[in-house]
Design a binder for this molecule. Sequence first.
Ligand code: SF4
Length: 440
Amino acid sequence: MPTYHIITYGCQMNKNDSQRIETLLKGMGLESTDEKSVADVIIINTCSVRQSAENRVFGHLRDFRALKEKNPRLVIGITGCMPGRDHDGAIQKKLPLIDLFFPIADMCQLPRWLCELRPELVNSLDPVEDYLKIRPERASGAQAFVSVQTGCNKFCTYCVVPFARGREKNRPLADILAEIRDLASHGVVEILLLGQTVNSYQAPDPETFSKQNPYHDHFAALLWEVNQVPGISRLHFTGPHPIHMNDETIDAMTLPAHLNFIHLPVQAGDDEVLRRMNRRYTVALYLDVIDRLRARIPNIAIGTDIIVGFCGETNEQFERTVELYEKVRFDICYIARYSSRSGTAASRAFKDDVSEEEKKHRWNVLQAVQERIVLEKNQECVGTDVSVLVDRSDFGFCYGNSREMKLVKCPGGDEMVGNVVNVKIVKVGMWMMEGERVEK
Ligand code: SF4
């Protein structure tokens, strides 16, 4: 049987897109292989958020040359953000060995292109028009990603996504719910809804919402609908935009399936930096969202993303980000050092004038604050019971995330994988808590 090998970089959205590519390739009669040296087709799904992510793709070139010498009929395709943002063809020029170079939204053409390049590989060709209509191929398990939209209309000045993925496009509610019902019927209990600004979701088919649905905001109403799907007991979403965190959405987060967690990117704690980033909110607005969340869900765990060393960020402005961090006491933060991306507004309008050394310093300062707060917050969990969805086991221990999305370890074997267990926390570290299983 002909085989394929997929390499995925980047966010959950990219992982979900790679699952769609798998569906297409399997539908054509190809089989997955972990070994790229024996594959007939290799697809790399790329990320452009930072230059280092793109460099990793260029790093494969030598390897690909050797593979092509061994098997000249090998087809190598590159998709994802790199082709998406390569409007002048400059990136493609640097990748001479690549047979297919296409933005993710064009993946529906993959069967046709493969048929042209290697007709003997393809035993079936089912045309699909909209890539979001392709059901992602999933490994078995209790958790699944479900995309509700792709693209973005926000144009944050540092971000390539609106160029790489295009404008925001929402999936019909009927398709989303059909996919979730199908997943639930196959044993999935946890759904992660995906979208670039997931809470700006607007259903193209609002007539699909149930008559009993109490919400007017489409994203809140979507959360309510997913709560009605039998079997789904854990629901969360990424990544929301602070300006769309309205009261209905916060209210829908109190419904039973919703996890006790939100990842709400802030990016900076200074209004002038936020303005230059075109984030469309102030620190006060962000803090107001946090206050409204905590008023309704007092012990909610909150994660965020922060960029340090954005163009023109002064020491004082960075200090305000540290102050914001101390004020909110985030449970987790992904800290990125600013990296200029060609094609973005920031790369044209501003100078990347914070030195690499200073960016590293700011990263270290914020990371130290994060580590202290994470440990303090984890210590508050000692003696409490948490509900954990076990997703793997190893050497007599199970691992999984609590409803606060904290990694928990407890005794148990393979038979526990996919189950929800209650764990009394007895010991905590920075990135993992340990405990004993207890009856509910
Ligand atoms: S909201 Fe901003 S950071 Fe997020 S995907 Fe859209 S443009 Fe990029």
